[in-house]
Design a protein around this ligand. Structure first.
Ligand code: ASP
Ligand code: MG
Length: 421
């Protein structure tokens, strides 16, 4: 059995869904297809959550209508009047969501978030499964929340592997069907409340299912030909990497390459399942193979990763105590408490610098740190990481630019740079 994951961009329009049908219909192996919410639906649902939680009912209403119109513009072209059972199923989901939004919100934002945002994937998979059915492609739709079980850390739920290992194989038996369609990104608690696995979590779902169900391979379908040596929207002459190891993929994801979700690799690596990152437009091209093979030594092409909107914070204990021995623990607990993501650190005897993603909690962290430390900071920075660097690639990135901090290991060079504008 093979697993496919289609991202939101692949099914964001009538043409997208038709392309999906073409790919699925041409495929001859047993397949389990994981799908994200269509286009930017998750962002739109996040706005509904916000309005709902803050009791702005007019805004809720208006944004709900926007989401509905977006989907129905696609549905009306895909389905004819004769297929009213399909339309009924989709309408039932919208009715459920509508009913939910009429009730008062609880006090738990993350809980409300998961109950509402989950509809994005429920809708996309229902539309797609129904479309395949009306085109004569037999498939079975599965509500993954009943089988992929998680704890109740809403917004960033942890998989209950034991329970999921018991339940998932009962859903995907391939007894009466060749094709399953299910949702990425969402799961369910043992009491059947919806949960989510963290933004962009559908790749992770594909990896979890691959691990538990012992898939032969996983394909992640993207709007790029594969894993590139840079985001082509940033560096247009980016080249595709043909093969990389699990380890390289984890490093790339860690440093911020958006093409792979950081949690995806571990479950497939554990079972040694190869993963292909390939284009949903040129589906039959191989894309990039991610596997156990030790091939990274041959990576001659430097790989560039850009993280924007960074802040550099420099901290010095007011009492001149050594940073490492006495202060690192407390500093990191403060960072964790404010849920900030640290991308780079550097220290001297009595000072400590960290490069973090700018976020709304930064001010709170700085305020908390100021009790015991002298704190200085710069914002509007970017962090450039170069894997497998050489002199040319470093010059290409840093020439004529103000470097605030740099760090090099054997494989990786990183620069915190001031932005031009
Ligand atoms: N729809 C979810 C998101 O946009 C999950 C995903 O796309 O992987 O974050
Ligand atoms: Mg998405």
């Amino acid at each position: 059995m093979d697993i496919f994951k289609f991202g939101g961009a692949s099914v964001n329009s009538v043409e997208g869904v038709q392309n999906f049908y073409k790919i699925v219909q041409s495929y001859k192996n047993e397949s389990l297809i994981v799908v994200s919410a269509m286009g930017k639906t998750t962002n739109a649902l996040e706005q509904i959550v916000d309005a709902f939680f803050h009791k702005k009912s007019d805004l809720v209403q208006q944004q709900f209508e926007n989401v509905k119109t977006y989907h129905f513009d696609i549905i009306n072209e895909l389905f004819s009047k004769k297929t009213s059972t399909s339309i009924d199923k989709i309408n039932a989901l919208f009715d459920d969501l509508y009913t939910y939004l009429q009730k008062p919100a609880s006090l738990n934002y993350e809980f409300e978030y998961d109950q509402i945002v989950a509809y994005g994937e429920l809708l996309s998979t229902t539309i797609i499964s129904e479309y395949l059915r009306t085109k004569g492609v037999k498939n079975q739709w599965i509500d993954i929340r009943r089988y992929l079980k998680t704890n109740d850390t809403f917004g960033e739920a942890k998989v209950d592997w034991e329970l999921s290992r018991q339940l998932l194989p009962t859903a995907f038996t391939f007894q009466d069907t060749f094709i399953y369609i299910t949702q990425g990104f969402i799961g369910g608690t043992s009491s059947n409340l919806s949960t989510t696995l963290g933004r962009e979590g559908s790749d992770y779902t594909a990896a979890i299912l691959a691990n538990v169900l012992d898939a032969q391979e996983v394909s992640i379908l993207k709007d790029v030909p594969g894993v590139m040596n840079a985001d082509p929207k940033w560096l247009p002459d980016a080249k595709q990497l043909k093969r990389i190891s699990y380890q390289e993929a984890i490093e790339l994801a860690f440093f911020g390459a958006k093409v792979i979700h950081p949690k995806t690799i571990q479950p497939i690596q554990e079972k040694n399942i190869p993963m292909f990152v390939r284009s949903f437009i040129n589906f039959h091209e191989q894309g990039t193979m991610v596997s156990a093979a030790a091939i990274d030594k041959n990576i001659k092409t430097p790989i560039f990763i850009q993280k924007k909107d960074q802040m550099l914070i420099s901290i010095r204990p007011k009492n001149y105590s050594f940073v490492i021995e006495e202060n690192l623990g407390p500093i990191f607990s403060m960072i964790a408490k404010h849920r900030l993501k640290v991308n780079l650190t550097q220290n001297s005897a009595i000072s400590f610098s960290l490069c973090v993603d700018n976020s709304k909690n930064i001010d709170k962290l700085i305020k908390a740190l100021k009790a015991d430390y002298e704190v200085r900071y710069n914002d509007k920075l970017e962090l450039i990481t170069i894997r497998h660097y050489n002199t040319d690639s470093i010059n290409q990135m840093t020439e004529g630019r103000n470097i605030l901090l740099e760090q090099k290991s054997r494989d990786t060079a990183q620069y915190v740079l001031e932005c031009d504008s």
